[in-house]
Design a protein around this ligand. Structure first.
Ligand code: SF4
Ligand code: SF4
Length: 301
């Protein structure tokens, strides 16, 4: 059996800075597609471990290449670390799974680890909202954390900075986020709706505006947003992107299509020859994205 301190030490080594050992009880959630019972994911489960990997919010430098939010690097690092920690538990003789369907935001709120604010993000005292969260469900008998019974309330009503600053106008004053207008969620799609394409600017993946303006985040460390050359993307050269942001988000067609949108947004007429080539592609998504970018660059639309 692995002790709390042994597990925490391994998790910290992988970059997690807060680790919570919680009961494997049901977690209330409004989202029907999420599993609310850790015991459904692992019969006999005794502990739900929450693993918090913070990251530094970074200014968008205004580059005319593809900018990737620092969140995605943390997310991939956390995913890899969680896999390793799960194997450590399994190798010690325990059963353990990591489950992407556990409603982790709801777990944070249920156990008073943090609160949800108007931009829909959860905030943890001392970290803010800039963190990625993972979980492991296990039957290893850890000593469970005793968490505060009460927590400070969200105080958003007099602020509304995120509502006003959101480039996609995606946040309602009741805290509903429209996923079709949230640039973070739009940037993860393969096809970018015409109504929001220009709002993406240089964002290849992610948008941090509602976190950057929030007074509850301590912003700006030494971290820089990661940029990737549009020219390479249009050539289908993803370099080490699959390793940095994960193969799922770094799918070639998806990246080429988004590079087309960003080329037009950033008036990259130097990329027209590459776009002309892509406009003859056999892939209908690439072909459509390239033609649209050419039309926008030539100001036909
Ligand atoms: S991530 Fe960007 S687009 Fe989405 S709600 Fe926040 S500020 Fe708006
Ligand atoms: S920016 Fe203001 S309104 Fe938005 S989440 Fe932060 S405190 Fe709340």
């Amino acid at each position: 059996m692995i002790s709390n301190s042994e597990f925490v030490s391994a998790a910290k080594h992988m970059g997690f800075n807060k680790i919570f050992f919680l009961p494997a009880d049901d977690i209330p959630t409004d989202y029907g597609k999420l599993v609310s019972s850790p015991k459904e994911a692992l019969p006999g489960a005794k502990t739900l471990i929450l693993l918090i990997m913070p990251y530094e919010l970074a200014e968008n430098t205004g580059s005319r290449e593809g900018v990737i939010s620092t969140y995605y690097r943390a997310s991939q690092k956390a995913y890899k670390g969680t896999k390793e920690l799960t194997y450590i538990l399994i190798n010690s003789g325990a059963h353990a799974v990591y489950n992407s369907n556990i409603p982790l935001k709801s777990a944070i709120v249920k156990y008073n680890i943090g609160i949800q604010r108007l931009n829909s993000l959860t905030y943890i005292d001392g970290i803010g909202s800039a963190f990625h969260i993972q979980n492991i469900i296990t039957d290893n008998e850890f000593e469970l954390d005793r968490l505060a019974a009460d927590i400070y309330p969200a105080d958003c009503s007099k602020c509304m900075r995120c509502v006003n600053a959101c480039p996609g106008k995606a946040i309602s004053d009741t805290g509903y986020i429209d996923p079709d207008r949230c640039l973070r969620s739009v940037s993860e799609k393969k096809e970018i709706p015409k109504e929001v394409e220009s709002l993406l600017g240089n964002r290849l993946l992610g948008c941090d505006v509602c976190q950057m303006v929030c007074p509850h985040n301590k912003v700006f460390g030494s971290e820089r947003s990661f940029t990737y050359p549009l020219k390479k993307l249009l050539k289908g050269d993803l370099g080490d992107l699959p390793d940095i942001i994960g193969p799922n988000l770094a799918r070639k067609t998806r990246m080429i299509c988004k590079a087309c949108v960003l080329a037009a947004n950033n008036k990259r007429t130097d990329l027209l020859p590459l776009l002309e080539e892509l406009a003859r592609s056999k892939d209908i998504f690439v072909l459509a994205a390239a033609k649209r970018a050419i039309d926008r660059l030539e100001e036909k639309q």
